[in-house]
Design a protein. Structure first.
Length: 365
């Protein structure tokens, strides 16, 4: 059974950079190859997709995605399905990733940027960027780390199971969060002031315990995380917030997002301005030790409930286990949606030894 549907795409751009040897890139382009969009009734469904859309397109996530996905595509539905009912949407990505971006390395007073054959450097005393002639896409044969074969899948967990009759019109919308989506690591394993990343900290920060992936003394540019949010018959919009346990660590005070001492969360809302889904885009400070442990927050925001007082929300931060639903509930109460650059504070409660911690936050996008 096949059905003709349309796809709409929405884009949000990169905001800023980090410092101290491990630095987020200002991204001008990320190219990935979408192979397929798959619909499942539960996470971990493997090959038992209820329906799928063959895409087979190389797409610049920071460009005009509509230009690559104009017109209609075919929805292939499994023969035994009389309706399309699903709670999980996967996007299959293959072929590695192309990155076009730059950052200012304040330790060595130089600009770092991508080019076709590797990493480029420009000596400079300020962070004012002037694009060099060889600034271009750097192609990586892996997406997140060597050994992933250049393949991954990104998953959207819908707030509830969604059902559509097969003769309905279905529009698929994709929103991409590219804030802090690419990085530069200088390869230095020194720990000269307690703030500079070591190889061990860098590798551990991405849950990659094999240090041979990122050899000592070898600078690397790569992708951190590509949160892709998919909606069905929804128009999606987003707000991005940086969280810290000290106001001094918010980007408003020093102009960049400090990966040592902050976590970043994107909240997605639908066309009715109702909460849709959320995800931590940088949920684990890659250094900082036990002092910043409360900032190691779960991957997803599964719910946002209005509180009795005013317009405040309580956010539910949770992980999603294979086939088991939401787990490891933690919450942030007293949260208010803000305008860009505004700051606030809210109470974060985890289910471990830390109890309740006062979080400060700033909207950055």
């Amino acid at each position: 059974m096949k059905k003709i549907i349309s796809i709409l795409f929405f884009i949000i751009a990169v905001f800023t950079l980090n410092s101290q040897g491990y630095e987020y890139l200002i991204v001008d382009g990320i190219q990935v190859h979408f192979t397929e969009i798959r619909f499942f009734d539960s996470y971990g469904g493997g090959g038992s997709a209820l329906a799928s859309i063959a895409v087979n397109q190389t797409v610049n996530l920071t460009g005009d995605i509509d230009a690559a996905f104009s017109g209609s595509v075919k929805l292939n539905v499994r023969e035994d399905q009389t309706a399309l009912e699903f709670g999980i949407i996967n996007i299959e990505i293959t072929g590695g990733v192309g990155i076009k971006g730059h950052c200012y390395d304040d330790i060595n007073a130089r600009h770092v940027y991508t080019k076709v054959d590797g990493i480029g450097y420009l000596d400079a005393v300020t962070d004012e960027w002037s694009e060099p002639g060889d600034y271009d896409y750097l192609q990586k044969d892996y997406i997140y780390y060597p050994g992933d074969s250049g393949e991954t899948q990104e998953t959207t967990f819908l707030p509830s199971s969604t059902s559509y009759a097969l003769d309905d019109t279905i529009t698929v919308s994709l929103l991409v969060e590219t804030l802090n989506s690419a990085y530069y690591w200088d390869g230095d394993i020194s720990n000269w002031d307690g703030n500079h990343s070591t190889r061990t900290e860098f590798v551990r920060s991405w849950n990659l315990e094999d240090p041979s992936y990122f050899p000592t003394g070898t600078p690397v540019i790569g992708i951190t995380y590509l949160p892709l949010y998919v909606g069905i018959n929804e128009t999606l919009d987003s707000e991005t917030y940086v969280f810290a346990i000290s106001t001094d660590d918010l980007p408003v005070n020093h102009g960049y997002i400090d990966g040592l001492k902050t976590s970043t969360v994107t909240l997605v809302f639908d066309q009715d301005d109702s909460f849709y889904i959320g995800r931590t885009t940088h949920g684990e400070p890659w250094g900082g030790g036990a002092l910043y442990y409360p900032l190691f927050i779960p991957q997803f925001v599964s719910d946002a409930q209005a509180e009795a007082t005013g317009s405040d929300l309580t956010l539910s931060f949770e992980n999603y286990s294979d086939g088991q639903g939401w787990s490891a509930a933690e919450s942030l109460s007293g949260f208010s949606r803000l305008a860009v650059d505004e700051t606030g504070e809210a109470s974060y409660t985890d289910d471990g030894e830390h109890g309740t911690t006062l979080f400060y936050y700033q909207r950055v996008k």
